[in-house]
Design a protein around this ligand. Structure first.
Ligand SMILES: Nc1ncnc2c1ncn2[C@@H]1O[C@H](COP(=O)(O)OP(=O)(O)O)[C@@H](O)[C@H]1O
Ligand SMILES: [Mg+2]
Length: 231
């Protein structure tokens, strides 16, 4: 079973003369454990593609299947619990880390686990393990404002991975980081793909970051114009 299947996925913003086709007829499949880059210039539709897959941005046409479940087929399927699917199957990493400012690093990760019904004790244990693996064991009790950009981004990554999601969607996760921290994040994502068997889709416009990906999709004006890598 594929982790992600996308068939003729199209997103059109607006109507009539002002309509913008941000993604046109995208079709691809991603296996569990695959690390895939989406590369393209600003405005080419990368974020739209990611958010349309991630149940954040309703597709205009086409089909999206996550972990075997159809979630969109000409728009979201009626009656779906979008929040629940997002929470249980998807992990998001955004360019801006979106940490909750009044919670500590540890609490920011714990909250993702508690929402999925782990007890406070279990959540604390897993969050501590993850943050330790991300070399943040000395930062557990710090608030986001006291963290460096690289540290905050790693906390956001820990939070996205906390529930071992089948699908991880990352939108320019290294954009705010220096080269070294950017590389560390990529190494970590690669390990996760392998160990957790998660499918990871990473949007980037940085050609230096493409090492280590299994496949690369290049997007221009809403169209995947090239695919490189295996197959
Ligand atoms: N909410 C929106 N409403 C209208 N147009 C949008 C919206 N979001 C993005 N667009 C347009 O869709 C196109 C693709 O945008 P986006 O997916 O953000 O590209 P990228 O992430 O590659 O920079 C652009 O032309 C952008 O202006
Ligand atoms: Mg974008």
């Amino acid at each position: 079973m594929y982790a992600i299947e996308v068939e003729n996925l199209t997103k059109i913003y607006g109507k009539g003369v002002t309509a913008v086709t941000a993604i046109a007829d995208a079709t691809f499949q991603i296996e569990p454990g695959e690390l895939v880059a989406i590369l393209g210039p600003s405005g080419s539709g990368k974020t739209t593609l990611l958010t349309a897959i991630g149940l954040i941005n309703e597709p205009t046409h086409g089909k999206v299947v996550i972990d075997g479940a159809v979630v969109a087929d000409g728009g979201w399927l009626p009656g779906l619990d979008l929040k629940r699917i997002r929470r249980e199957k998807l992990g998001f990493i955004f360019q801006a880390h979106n940490l909750i400012p009044f919670l500590t690093a540890l609490e920011n990760v714990m909250i993702a686990l508690e929402i999925n019904h782990l007890t406070r004790t279990e959540a604390k244990k897993r969050a501590t393990e993850l943050l330790t693996a991300l070399k943040l064991e000395h930062r557990l009790d710090n608030f986001p404002a006291a963290l460096s950009g690289g540290e905050a981004q790693r906390v956001a990554i820990a939070r996205a991975l906390a529930n071992r999601p089948k699908v991880i969607l990352a939108d320019e996760p290294t954009a705010a980081l220096d080269t070294e921290n950017g590389k560390n994040v990529m190494v970590l994502l690669k390990e996760l793909a392998v160990e957790n068997h998660s499918a990871i889709l990473v949007v980037t416009h940085d050609h230096r970051m493409v090492e280590g990906f299994d496949r690369i999709f290049e997007v221009r004006d809403g169209v995947i114009v090239r695919e490189t890598g295996k197959n």
